[in-house]
Design a protein around this ligand. Structure first.
Ligand code: GDG
Length: 725
């Protein structure tokens, strides 16, 4: 039976050293609750750092045993490792970069070296825990290299990766000296999850820019593997927050606060100390609110909880000073004997007190500059059982993609923020209820348990899909099977793609004409009255006719647009339009002008931009640009832009090699079918054929609907020669 191994930088239990002993303190983080039922299930385990520097082997063993009893396996890190890997590379390079704060990012080789070493350490720890059939789920930015390290050690493993912070635009990632290694590291996973579709898009773009790998429908082909990328917005344990807020303890706390505050209305702000959270901007906006709307003085207070964090890193210490000063200035300026504008707490509170603050507040201010998701926003919503209260939410928190009934603001726009606070304070109850009801239903439904289930199901599905779509090498055994079926059959259909299948690619497509050997081979096959040989190609009919028209073979040209049975005339698959070429050709010409070595091929019903002769990197970049450009221009038309092997082709949608091949099947009723092809357009043929057909993909393709694969056109020819006996 397969087990599930969760891996994250921190374990869900923190080991603390007190004067007399070690204590084990369970963490209350969202991830720990969400995955609690998973890692504690039979045989499963959570691997991570327990937050303690051990003194000796004896202590190490003790901690290991204690944690093992609760399904955890510790990775012990040294102080130097925490300094360079955690505070260094993770929090001073990746964290600022991924949150668009490159001005705070450092690029230290020693930090990178430690990051690599600690990821390797985690890899060893995970391998020690896992068997080949296990499912490994890696979390977050501290372990970006781990999926690939694991993949190298266990090529068949099922590996998922989830990033809890934003994935930024490629422009940010490209600054990192180690960008390729980091992206490759992530691609070791089978499934890569992000909170939002936007982060996923940035990642796919980065993969294409950094490694030149393109994606189709969120799937990237990496060597012999298909990697899936998807958005999984993380939720919270809704019931836990709802219950905590409804508890007697929370009510009691609230009553105490209420008494102290009299009738003052409460705006709430809760964050870890971090420059990404927009705390200073929020304070300035509150100050502006009091200046612009004096009627709120003595009527409204801001309760601001800042949880100490990362105070070893310089920017955090500076931020703390800035916040202290701002709070001091605003309070000194506005306070009265009876009223305190800002109640500022620099510490963490137990859950019940947090819950009572959620109860107490009428408005929650969640205004980060960037935030992967932000769970505080969801917790506030879950706590509001009476459906009242207003959430002000930054457009740049992942949560804004879901909680669109909040007042969505731009956190740098202090004017807008002050106005939103005012709007929240005067919002009619009816509107509050309306907005809150929608948000509560959403937070309840998409909770942390459904998130976990969805990710793990999708991971299992991805793996299953990989396995079913994995093609078998055409080794002697299946080859003999194929030959037996061929010899036994009386009506055989051979569907042969041309470029990349029967001949190798040539930098100039017009130079890829058939050699004598190929012509003889095709003639010999077609001369057999039991065979019907169809050349099924994306090429224009003129070229096919010129090169092979004298042979007794059938043709499917332009990916199914033109058909010709041996000796017959050409006919169109169905009536088509080509007047769109006039409009789109200038676009392709623009890209030819900008991209040396590229050129346009014009067919009757399609236009093709070729970039095989372009510098590899430039070609990939321009192809992405052109693809975007064309997708925009062809949306809502019946045209389709297709990515082939170093080509982009614009053609009529709905006609492809598969639809054309189907016509041969219906007219000819073969009892043996062999289809050979090397690219995505041939996948349409493979899919259109019955399951007993011998479908063979040529070249490397981790993901194909074909049953078999062979390495090259040379092997294709060997196979065809075998048919001749
Ligand atoms: C990363 C991403 C993403 C805060 N103060 C206290 C307290 N908290 C709890 C909150 C909430 C959690 O801490 C903070 O969650 P966030 O989502 O805001 O942020 P990060 O922990 O930095 O997490 C983030 C998250 O991963 C999940 O993927 O949303 O974007 O940065 O649960 O309630 N809890 C208690 N006392 C406090 O004083 N008990």
């Amino acid at each position: 039976m397969s087990r599930t191994i969760i891996v994250s930088n921190r374990l869900p239990t923190k080991v603390l050293r007190t004067e007399e002993s070690l204590t084990f303190q369970p963490s209350e983080g969202g991830l720990a609750t969400g995955l609690g039922s998973i890692y504690r299930a039979d045989g499963n385990v959570w691997v991570g750092w327990p937050g303690l520097f051990v003194q000796d082997a004896e202590e190490e063993q003790y901690v290991t045993e204690q944690l093992a009893a609760d399904s955890m396996a510790p990775v012990f890190l040294t102080e130097a490792e925490i300094r360079d890997f955690y505070e260094g590379f993770s929090n001073s390079t990746l964290w600022p970069t991924f949150h668009y704060f490159t001005q705070f990012a450092t690029y230290e080789q020693a930090h990178w070296d430690a990051y690599v070493a600690v990821n390797e350490k985690f890899c060893a720890a995970v391998l020690a825990q896992t068997g080949p059939d296990d499912i490994i789920w890696v979390h977050d930015y501290q372990l970006l290299l781990l999926p690939e390290l694991l993949r190298r050690a266990r090529p068949e493993a099922t590996i998922g990766f989830f990033l809890h912070i934003p994935f930024p635009s490629y422009e940010l990632i490209r600054v990192l000296p180690w960008r390729s290694e980091l992206i490759r590291g992530m691609l070791g996973a089978d499934l890569i999850g992000f909170h939002t579709f936007g982060y996923m898009r940035h990642f796919l773009d980065t993969v294409s820019q950094v490694l030149g790998l393109s994606a189709i429908n969120g799937q990237i082909e990496v060597e012999q593997r298909a990697v899936r990328v998807d958005a999984f917005p993380m939720g919270i344990d809704y019931e836990r927050y709802a219950q905590a807020a409804a508890s007697e303890v929370a009510k009691e706390h609230e009553a105490v606060y209420r008494e102290a505050l009299h009738d003052v209305r409460v705006i709430l702000s809760i964050d870890r100390l971090d420059y990404t959270k927009g705390i200073a901007q929020r304070l300035r906006a509150f100050e502006l609110l009091l200046q612009r709307y004096p009627e709120w003085r003595e009527q409204v207070s801001l309760i601001m909880l800042v949880v100490p964090s990362r105070d070893q890193v310089a920017q955090y210490a500076d931020l703390k000073v800035e916040i202290d000063e701002l709070v001091g200035r605003i309070n000194a300026h506005f306070r009265t004997i009876a009223w305190n504008p800002i109640h500022y707490f620099y510490r963490s509170l137990p859950l019940e007190e947090l819950a009572s603050l959620y109860r107490l507040a009428e408005v929650a201010l969640v205004t980060p500059m960037r935030d992967g998701m932000n769970l505080v926003a969801k917790e506030f919503v879950a706590s509001k059982a009476d459906q009242r209260g207003v959430l002000i939410l930054s457009e740049r928190a992942g949560a804004a993609r879901e909680l669109s009934d909040a007042l969505i603001i731009n956190p740098t726009d202090i004017n807008q923020l002050a106005e939103a606070m005012h709007e929240a304070l005067v919002m009619p109850e009816e509107e509050q209820i309306q907005r809150m009801t929608v948000m509560r239903a959403l937070v309840k439904r998409y909770n942390v348990f459904s998130w976990t289930r969805l990710f793990l199901n999708q991971l299992a599905y991805t793996k299953m899909k990989q396995q079913t779509l994995a093609t078998e090498t055409l080794t002697p055994a299946p080859t003999n099977q194929l030959l037996d079926a061929y010899h036994a059959a009386s009506q055989r259909l051979l569907l042969l793609d041309y470029d990349g299948t029967l001949v190798d690619f040539h930098p100039n497509p017009q130079r890829a004409q058939p050699d004598q050997e190929l012509r003889l081979l095709l003639r010999a096959l077609a001369d057999n009255p039991r065979n019907r040989v169809v050349i099924i190609s994306g090429r224009d009919r003129g070229t096919l006719e010129k090169w092979l028209g004298d042979l007794p073979v059938d043709f499917i040209a332009e990916h199914g647009v033109w058909l010709r049975a041996a000796g017959d005339e050409w006919s169109l698959f169905q009536p088509l339009r080509n007047d769109w070429k006039r409009e789109l050709r200038p676009v392709l010409e623009l890209y030819v002008a900008r991209t040396a070595g590229s050129f346009i091929e014009e067919k009757d019903y399609s236009l093709v931009w070729h970039y095989r002769r372009v510098d590899t990197e430039l070609g990939a970049v321009r192809a992405r640009e052109l693809l975007n450009h064309l997708s925009f221009m062809t949306s809502n038309t019946d045209l389709q832009v297709m990515e082939g092997n170093k080509v982009l082709e614009i053609k009529n949608a709905g006609i492809n090699k598969g639809t054309a091949a189907t016509r041969w099947l219906s007219q000819y009723s073969p009892d043996f079918i062999l289809a050979l092809g090397d690219d995505r357009t041939d996948e349409d043929t493979f899919r259109a054929l019955p399951p007993e057909a011998f479908t063979v993909r040529v070249g490397s393709a981790p993901h194909s609907s074909a049953r078999f694969h062979v390495g090259s056109p040379t092997e294709v020819r060997q196979l065809l020669r075998k048919l001749l006996g």
